[in-house]
Design a protein. Structure first.
Length: 198
C-alpha cells in the first residue's frame, strides 16, 4: 500500500512537470501560457517555436505518462489481482498532474500526449491504432484539436478491443472524458469554424 501511494504521488508530480514551458525557456522562446493558444502542450509549442520544439514537448509529455506506469508494472506486483487497478490509478494520476500541475497553479495541458504514454504501456496495440487515427485525421483536417478529439472518442473502443482488462477499460473511459473536457473551448471554436489549422 505504501508503494502504491508513493508511486501515485510520484506519478502526479512527474505529470506536473511543465515540459512545454521548459522547452520554450531552453530554446529562448516566449512563455506558451501567454502566446498562441495559451497551452503548454506540444501543439502550441509547434505553432510558436516549430517542429523541433513541438516534437521534444510531445516526447516529454508521453514519457510523463509512460514511465510511472512502467514503474507500476515492476513495483506493484505484490498487489496480485489488484495490480491492474493500481497501475490504472497511477496512470490516471500522471495525466491529472499534466492537466492540473501543482507547479503551474493547476493550469496545465490538455492531456493528449500524456494519456498516449499511459495507453502505450497498458495497451500498446490500442495506442498504435489511435496514433494512426490521429495522423489520418490531422492529414485530412490539418487541425490538431479535431484530431485529438477523434482519438479521444475512440480511446475506450480501442482499449476494449486490444485489452481484456476492466481496469484499463475504465481508465480509458476516464481519460477520454477528461480529454473531451479539456477541449471544450476547442469544440466551441470548431462549431463556429474558428479553430486554427496547421
Amino acid at each position: 500500500m505504501v508503494s502504491f501511494l508513493g508511486l501515485t504521488l510520484l506519478a502526479y508530480l512527474m505529470g506536473s512537470i511543465p515540459t512545454g514551458l521548459l522547452v520554450a525557456r531552453f530554446m529562448g522562446g516566449p512563455d506558451p501560457r501567454r502566446w498562441g493558444s495559451g497551452n503548454v502542450g506540444a501543439a502550441n509549442l509547434y505553432r510558436l517555436l516549430g517542429r523541433q520544439a513541438g516534437g521534444i514537448t510531445f516526447l516529454g509529455d508521453v514519457a510523463k505518462g509512460a514511465l510511472p506506469v512502467l514503474l507500476g508494472y515492476r513495483l506493484l506486483t505484490p498487489l496480485g489481482p489488484w495490480q491492474e487497478g493500481a497501475v490504472a490509478l497511477v496512470g490516471a494520476a500522471a495525466v491529472l498532474g499534466h492537466v492540473f500541475p501543482v507547479y503551474l497553479g493547476f493550469k496545465g495541458g490538455k492531456g493528449v500526449a500524456t494519456s498516449f504514454g499511459v495507453v502505450a504501456v497498458v495497451a500498446p496495440l490500442a495506442a498504435v491504432n489511435l496514433a494512426l487515427v490521429y495522423a489520418l485525421a490531422l492529414t485530412q483536417t490539418r487541425i490538431f484539436s479535431l484530431s485529438a478529439l477523434f482519438a479521444a472518442w475512440l480511446l475506450p473502443l480501442a482499449v476494449g478491443l486490444f485489452s481484456d482488462s476492466k481496469a484499463y477499460l475504465l481508465l480509458a473511459g476516464g481519460l477520454s472524458g477528461l480529454i473531451l473536457f479539456t477541449h471544450r473551448q476547442n469544440l466551441e471554436r470548431l462549431f463556429k469554424g474558428e479553430e486554427p489549422r496547421l
